[in-house]
Design a protein around this ligand. Structure first.
Ligand code: F3S
Length: 395
């Protein structure tokens, strides 16, 4: 990969060992993927923030990096961590876990990352369309590429962190317009009845696409929260990092368009199969909404569904969103919490210690959460749409 004189100097250690290590990571990545050069990024979004999933190895690594003098050179945001004040109390987390999580966050901050602690950083700090990013967190990556029109590969935590430090990323994959062409067309001949069906379609599209970009036809107009969940499900069904709908494909650049795509048709029965595969019929002990973190639109919807309702005392109803959106919408949060539901920020049930609640079944409307929760926390998951989640949570 071609490096400018300044980049060469960083690689030789002129800006210190921290920047040198970050540059080594980027050069290695660029060489593996055949990039010709590095390009500037507008921001980086780093995953690996929850102590539950990142563990002590991440603390050790970040300590070394911080001591080596590594500092971010562009806006860098962080994914959810393991708890907020409220969840910490509910889970009765041991002091050593709380301290370890705090140490991990302090190290990220010392390196220069912002404590956004959300998988929807784009509601607070929205990147410009066509800007280059280095984002980890698959649901944010697919949203950035498909809804915002920004350009990012599906980074891992180390490569996103390296890009945050250098302010650049290798120019390959989805940074290049010619790689943003669809690889198959997925046709749906019915309108999904609710967000759960739509997101199950996303999960199946992710499985069928095998890493290619799908073009979804026949879905009509979708709202922002529908698109957010559709992408998150797709990115957990497969390695998908971008999709088109008929509407977004009409606006795609000419070099990103392609004729003669393989056609796959999906019927409603296929979606029922996905939901059955990911779901248990058991009664839930906990209801979790907000994977990815709830947008303002979802908070509004929840507030209206919960008006005059009361959450069952024997079932926790947890709604996850970002601290930014919680603080920006105090009346919606009060309306939601008047029902007894709890709004939790900075975290989500997937990256937290749900197993400490000693529960068996979690209900959620998120296929992504349904895919990860059994493996990470040993609970069964019941998939239900948002309205059904509210019914399950309320007496
Ligand atoms: Fe976000 Fe947690 Fe889901 S990080 S996408 S709410 S698994």
């Amino acid at each position: 990969m071609y490096l400018t004189k300044d980049e060469e100097r960083i690689l030789e250690g002129d800006l210190g060992p921290g920047a040198q290590l970050a540059m080594r990571v980027l050069v290695k990545l660029g060489d593996i993927f055949g990039a010709e050069r590095l390009i500037p990024v507008a921001s980086a979004h780093v995953s690996g923030v929850s102590y539950k999933t990142a563990g002590d190895a991440a603390i050790e690594f970040l300590k070394e990096l911080e001591e080596m003098g590594a500092r971010t050179s562009v806006l860098a945001t962080t994914n959810p961590c393991g708890f907020d004040e409220r969840l910490r109390t509910i889970l009765e987390l041991p002091e050593e876990v709380v301290e370890a999580q705090e140490e991990l966050l302090s190290l990220y901050e010392a390196i220069g990352l912002k404590r956004t602690l959300t998988c929807v950083p784009y509601y607070e700090l929205r990147p410009e369309s066509a800007s280059h990013l280095a984002w980890a967190e698959s649901s944010a990556v697919i949203y950035a590429n498909s809804v915002i029109g920004a350009r990012t590969n599906r980074e891992g935590a180390p490569s996103a962190l390296a890009a945050a430090i250098i302010g650049k990323t290798p120019d390959y994959g989805l940074h290049r317009p010619e790689n943003r062409t669809p690889g198959l067309k997925i046709k749906v001949d019915f309108r999904p009845g609710d967000e759960l069906e739509l997101w199950a379609l996303g999960f199946l599209a992710g499985e069928l696409s095998k890493g290619a970009i799908p073009l979804l036809e026949g879905l009509g107009e979708l709202s922002d929260w529908e698109l957010k969940g559709l992408g998150a499900a797709m990115a957990s069904g497969g390695m998908t990092a971008m999709f088109y709908t008929s509407a977004s494909y009409r606006k795609a650049r000419p070099e990103s368009r392609k004729e003669g795509l393989e056609l796959v048709e999906i019927g409603r029965a296929d979606l029922n199969d996905v939901i059955e595969r990911l779901s248990s019929p058991e009664e839930p002990d906990l209801i979790f909404v907000g994977c990815p973190h709830c947008s303002e639109e979802e908070l509004r919807l929840l507030a209206s569904l919960l008006r005059g309702r009361r959450a069952r005392p024997d079932r926790l109803f947890l709604i996850c969103t970002s601290r930014y959106l919680r603080d920006a919408n105090p009346s919606l949060i009060s309306a939601i919490e008047a029902s007894g539901a709890l709004v939790v920020v900075d975290t989500c049930m997937v990256v937290s210690w749900v197993e400490r609640l000693r529960i068996d079944v979690v209900a959620t409307n998120s296929p992504k959460a349904a895919y990860y929760l059994p493996g990470l926390s040993g609970v069964e998951v019941r998939l239900a749409n948002l309205r059904e989640c509210v019914e399950l949570a309320c007496s």
